[in-house]
Design a protein around this ligand. Structure first.
Ligand code: FAD
Length: 509
């Protein structure tokens, strides 16, 4: 071994969203390093292809793009993207019921307490108080199909929200591929058929391609999707199966026509609960993405396809494509010199658009804990600790949707009502039910406003509240809320229609 222990070559296995989302920041880092820099190679197989779904995101995607120096308007244009203020949930609490999980909070704190707590107190004494959603700028803006980015400045109705994107997954991967290859990432096409381990320590030494090529590396990033070629295959990291808690195991995806120009381009994802799962609707500029996520124990594939097609609001552009999955994660995503990112590391169903977030956080942590050729074991241990915490907390947040629903009208919903839940989640639910407080187990996962959106949206009302909020007289509080609501509605009234915003700021850019 030479005196310099730095990594000389990184091999990324797979060129789906995860592979290219890992390649782009590595390209940026090593481009700056100049001569003698670490070489990055990405191997993908057109014979296998990518999963081809994954079109809704969470707000931190903006920071990821910004760090790469991508221009926001160019990104939305190139990926046929649209803006996302949150998710509308239909038929989740009960059939015919809806609520919105918006990005952002419920306005500025009042006397150091979150406004939703004051709203709860007021709603017990004021008849006909508007829904708490009327104090969420994101929700009011989304319902009016308007969009503009939050303004800079002190907290106000004009910046008490955040946003993410919807995009075409194939176009996004191509966009990042162009970025990464322009900065020196070498792209190889080929089918990996064998993995060669170092006899002395079991580290991966090389992967072998069907055409006989042998690609050596110091670090291997496994982005091979559900196949988990290196982390599951060569490293044998066990898979922790979470399907007892998240029983959906199948999806059918189909694009449909973009609604006509007179129909609004909704700035949000829609999730509609069905008897054996739920259906997503993701609006893009050139088409609408749709899919039915379901549990095959409770419905046949044919019935699931019929449900999906019956739920479209525009003609399908193709026949539905089937995907199977098992919810869960690799017990260790980093083993020896293999780090799994994306579906190779785990999968949580797409109810809250969390997979791309987990990819970004995985890549970010790998960069922070970047090893050298000695691969000090605590680097892997720390990566695995942080990823485990985030996966578990995200899993519990998704499971909350299934657990809190009042629906009992089908086998799936009856199963969810009876299913045991992890202790952390049970504590979170009971804490909110008892006293309107929110326990956060992972600061890198969903924050308090998201948990509150779910609790309130699914009909949980705490038995008691923080006693400190009793200090403000209800009349003064009501006046405050009336003014705040006015400010939100006035702000939103001045915001352009989402489709017009895209025409002016994205297509024209
Ligand atoms: P893949 O896309 O499967 O890529 C695997 C790569 O590995 C391919 O390039 C393939 O060629 C390569 N490969 C595999 N084996 C070999 C081999 N032997 N030799 C060479 N190359 C090989 N995420 C979100 O954030 N938001 C969403 O709205 C969302 N919706 C989803 C809906 C569904 C139904 C599903 C299943 C997932 C969804 N996801 C979503 C998850 C998201 O699609 C994935 O996290 C993301 O696409 C990353 O996939 P990947 O790159 O890990 O795997």
């Amino acid at each position: 071994m030479s005196a310099d222990p730095s990594l000389r070559k990184v091999v990324i296995v797979g060129g789906g969203t995860a592979g290219w989302m890992a390649a782009a920041p590595l390209a940026q880092r090593f481009e700056r390093a100049g001569a003698g820099r670490c070489e990055v190679v990405l191997i993908e197989s057109p014979d296998i292809g990518t999963v081809g779904v994954g079109e809704a995101t969470l707000p931190p995607i903006r920071a990821y793009n910004r760090t790469l120096g991508l221009d926001g308007a160019d990104f939305v244009k190139r990926t046929q993207g649209s803006f996302k203020l949150g998710i509308e949930f239909k038929n989740w609490g009960r059939v015919g019921h809806r609520f919105f999980h918006g990005f952002g909070d419920f306005g500025p704190a009042i006397e150091n307490r979150a406004p939703w707590q004051h709203w709860l107190r007021l709603s017990a004494v004021v008849d006909g108080l508007p829904s708490y959603e009327d104090w969420s700028t994101a929700t009011v803006m989304a319902h009016q199909h308007r969009f503009t980015p939050p303004v800079e400045g002190p907290p106000s109705a004009a910046n008490a929200y955040s946003f993410a994107y919807h995009f075409d997954a194939g176009l996004y991967a191509a966009y990042l591929r162009e970025y990464a290859t322009a900065r020196g990432v070498q792209r190889l096409e080929g089918l990996i058929v064998d993995v060669e381990l170092r006899p002395e320590d079991g580290f991966v030494q090389a992967v072998k391609l069907a055409d006989g090529r042998r690609i050596e590396g110091d670090l291997f990033i496994d982005c091979s999707g559900f196949r988990a070629l290196l982390i599951g295959g060569a490293m044998q990291s066990p898979f922790e199966d979470w399907s007892a808690l998240l029983p959906c195991n199948s999806a059918l995806a189909v694009p449909s026509e973009r609604l006509g120009p007179s129909s609004p381009l909704t700035p949000f994802t829609t999730s509609t609960a069905h008897a054996a799962g739920w259906q997503w609707r993701i609006p893009l500029q050139h088409r609408t993405g749709n899919g039915h996520v379901y549990c095959s124990h409770f419905i046949s594939d044919d019935e699931a396809a019929a449900t999906l097609l019956a739920g479209l609001d525009s003609p399908a552009l193709d026949t539905p494509r089937q995907l199977r999955f098992t919810t869960g994660r690799r017990k260790a995503g980093w083993v020896k010199n293999v780090v799994a990112i994306g579906l190779a590391g785990g999968f949580l169903e797409p109810l809250e658009s969390t997979s791309i977030q987990l990819i970004m956080d995985g890549v970010g942590r790998l960069l922070q804990l970047w090893p050298d050729r000695q691969f000090k074991p605590h680097l892997a241990a720390e990566f695995n600790r942080l990823m485990a915490r985030q996966y578990e907390s995200t899993r519990d947040f998704i499971a909350l949707h299934y657990k809190l629903t009042e629906r009992r009208d089908s086998e799936l919903w009856r199963y969810c009502a009876a299913m045991p839940i992890p202790d952390n989640l049970a504590h979170q639910i009971e804490l909110f039910r008892e006293s309107g407080r929110v326990a956060i187990f992972d600061p890198d996962s969903f924050a308090e406003p998201s948990w509150v959106s779910l609790f309130l949206g699914l009909g949980v009302r705490p038995a008691s509240l923080d006693p400190a909020i009793d200090q403000i007289p209800p009349e003064a509080l009501l006046q405050h809320f009336v003014r705040l609501r006015q400010a939100i509605h006035q702000t939103v009234a001045a915001v352009p229609d989402h489709g017009d915003y895209i025409s002016r700021h994205v297509r024209a850019a």
